[in-house]
Write a protein that binds this ligand. Structure first.
Ligand code: G6P
Length: 459
């Protein structure tokens, strides 16, 4: 059995339960065969020169964690710059927020080259390499340039925009060509696969060999949808834990006479948070019976706050939240509770279970595992209702949610009203069907099917 090598910008100690679904799944895969996990340590060192790094290695069970520190200039150009001020907005269809800056691209290339140089000496001949996310698209090309011949797979956790949007990216040819250094490219949804294929065929003159295979630049790759799932059992276990149970009970007691709505996100412009507040405001306006009765808890945890677009969003959101509470709040009721802090993962299932409506309404999202977590947290006898944006990758799988267009304030408010009044039997039926789909395509299915496809020889 080959050793698995996982590479991602962020990594976590797989033995720690708080590390989250993805880290647990990857850690589990790594633990089976004994593996290596390589990525950024999370530390920025001002004394390092651009392109310089410091490698740390430590053992966590059967997994070796190998991490590098970044120089300040590299962190700014590679992480804040090209990854999060160029690729993140463009891949989420937000050309208006992209900050094209040649120094960012230089830093992105420099760090990918440095990752390759640091990783190469740690590799064995029969390793299977799995690289994750937009920070590291050119990493396989850099490894190949150094002579790496192992099979390399890539999984993109964010969406792929339509070809013409990609083509707006300066140096898009260079970036997209880099995908051909991989043997397998995994995307979140069929929509993403469609965009990727069309780009490669129309813009890169790739030949379509059928069955997801594309040929260009004297190489062949396979692309497919591998929608990421959650670790259902781990999350159910978390839900039975003391903190989740206490959180749920406390909220139910406090809101015994009221209905709770819940949103949990990173504070990110792709999540449609202001649009959600506007829809909730419209709900109170148009369906006044909800005044004094419905409370929206909105947790928007701090994220990438050194990037300007995130600071702007925070200000916009604070204005909207203040206004709704000022206009509709009363001595004994506030419509909205906005929390700009991280809420411990152990409490999340309890929070979700106490909420009659889960609002997952991104403008664009690769998958959105919160949607799945909300469903899994519910009491099957008396489940809440998931209101889900049709623009989240999860919508391809979770057809039994109430699917909404987050840009359409009125119809979103109407869907929330439907969710608040949905009869028990319909809630149970929808929940059962959603659970079936989530269980069938869980995180273990995702990992197994990707790694199996990566090991299949080229046709
Ligand atoms: C998204 C990305 C991940 C990223 C996460 C948190 O889910 O796909 O790659 O790690 O956001 O963002 P951060 O910038 O804090 O790593």
């Amino acid at each position: 059995m080959s050793r698995l090598v996982v590479v991602s910008n962020r990594l976590a100690d797989p033995r720690r339960p708080a590390a989250g679904g993805l880290a647990v799944a990857l850690g589990d895969a790594l633990n089976r065969s004994g593996g290596l996990w390589f990525g950024w340590s999370g530390t920025v060192r001002p004394q390092l020169q651009p392109g310089e790094s410091r490698l740390h290695q430590r053992q966590a069970g059967r997994v070796t964690l190998a991490t590098v520190d970044l120089a300040t200039e590299d962190h700014v150009a590679y992480y804040q710059g090209y990854s999060n001020s160029v690729l993140w907005p463009v891949f989420h269809y937000r050309l208006d927020l992209a900050d094209f800056h040649s120094a960012y691209l230089d830093g992105y290339r420099r760090v990918n080259r440095m990752f390759a140089a640091r990783l190469l000496p740690l590799l064995r001949d029969d390793d299977l390499i799995w690289i994750h996310d937009y920070h590291l698209i050119p990493l396989a090309a850099e490894l190949r340039a150094l002579g790496c011949r192992q099979r390399i797979g890539f999984f993109l956790h964010i969406p792929v925009p339509p070809p013409l949007l990609l083509a707006a990216l300066p140096q898009h040819e260079w970036l997209m060509r880099a995908f051909f250094a991989y043997d397998l490219v995994g995307l979140q949804s069929e929509a993403d696969v469609g965009h990727f294929r069309r780009y490669m065929i129309n813009e890169a003159n790739a030949e379509d060999l059928g069955a997801g295979r594309l040929a260009a630049f004297s190489r062949e790759l396979r692309v497919g949808a591998f929608p990421i799932g959650m670790d259902v059992q781990e999350f159910e276990r978390l839900g039975r834990g003391a903190e989740a149970v206490q959180t749920g009970e406390a909220l139910r007691a406090e809101y015994a006479r009221r209905q709770l709505l819940l949103g949990i996100d990173r504070l990110d412009y792709s999540k449609g948070i202001p649009q959600r507040v506007r829809a909730f405001r419209h709900l109170l306006e148009k369906y006044p019976e909800n005044r004094g009765r419905s409370t929206l808890i909105m947790i928007a945890s701090p994220s990438r706050d050194d990037v300007l677009a995130y600071t702007d969003l925070r200000q916009e959101l604070e204005g909207l939240c203040g206004a709704i509470n000022g206009d509709y709040g009363d001595l004994d009721w506030m419509p909205l509770r906005y929390i700009h802090r991280i809420v411990a993962r152990r409490r999340v299932p309890g929070l979700c279970r106490a909420a009659r409506v889960g609002l997952v309404t991104p403008l664009r999202d690769g998958m959105n595992l919160v949607a799945k977590e909300y469903v899994v947290s519910q009491d099957a006898q008396d489940p809440g209702v998931l209101v889900l944006s049709r623009f989240a990758g999860a919508a391809e799988q979770l057809k039994d949610a109430l699917l909404v267009n987050p840009y359409d304030t009125e119809s979103m408010a109407a869907a929330i009203q439907t969710a608040l009044h949905m009869p028990l039997e319909e809630r149970q039926q929808r929940h059962a069907r959603l659970m079936e789909s989530i269980r069938q395509h869980d995180v273990h299915w995702w990992r197994r099917s990707f790694l199996q496809a990566l090991q299949e020889p080229a046709a």
